[in-house]
Design a protein around this ligand. Sequence first.
Ligand SMILES: [Mn+2]
Length: 313
Amino acid sequence: MRKSIHIALAFDEQYLNPFFVLLTSIFLNNKGADICVHLIATGLSSAAEKEITAFVHSKEAEVNFYDNDIDDVSQFILPDHEDNYLSVAIYYRLFFPFLIEETIARLLYIDVDTLVVGDLSDLFLIDMQGKPVAAVTDTDMPVRRDLGIESVDDYFNSGVLLVDINEWKKQRITEKALQIIKQEPELIKGYPDQDALNIVLKDNWYKLPVEYNLMRLYVPNEVPRRNLNKFVEDQKIIHYNGKKPWFSDCEHRLRYIYKGFANLSPRPEAGKVVKVNLTSEKRNKLFRARMVEFYFDHPELMFIWRKLKKALK
Ligand SMILES: [Mn+2]
């Protein structure tokens, strides 16, 4: 029997290209499953909506669009990030459990700054042990004592959320998260949806292996580039948290695979890297990060260089 997987994505029109790339990656790596995509997309033209529908149908998958009343959501405060990559779309993940058909038991929410590089069907079979959500620890964060969380391991990233719809509703997760977002905007100003969910779901989420949300810091430095493809084979979802792979200052080591998926998507131009103008401080930081990569990518060159340095002394 073919397995069904339900995937929820939320984005606004400025993320249309990355959305197409992500969708392409999902289809490429989940050919054995019946895929149903649930979308909250704001600001889309009807042409874009038609294009999405045609693409999904061409892959023999299903798509459902949901309207979300933007006024409900836009009253929440958005954090003032320096590069402002957050939009109200970050809140949409809270609404899916109420929008989808009631026969759906489990839903996988994925951010659109990701690529799916593996089979996701196992996620729909794991025993979540009564938890409303399964997610991956976010080690990119300091310990969030301000949220009452005492260990780095106990804070999850909200970019990939496997939701048990029944438990989620029964435990009123949306209601509780919205209450926090409304009442304590100061507490959660950095990552509002993620912080609110972490408060609400404290000690009440199932820990997924990191391959389901492979953030920047989960890519080991010491794997040289030539072995990274092998490393990617064992992953499921790559998450470009922080700087995105379509910008020149992306620090995620797996940024190089993005272009390949973009080229296979209906939007190959999404793989083009846009140059970002950086302050000299940030340029230096990026340069150091690139040097570290170079060091591990070319172990033999570094070996020669060290010998040479010794000889020159
Ligand atoms: Mn993200």
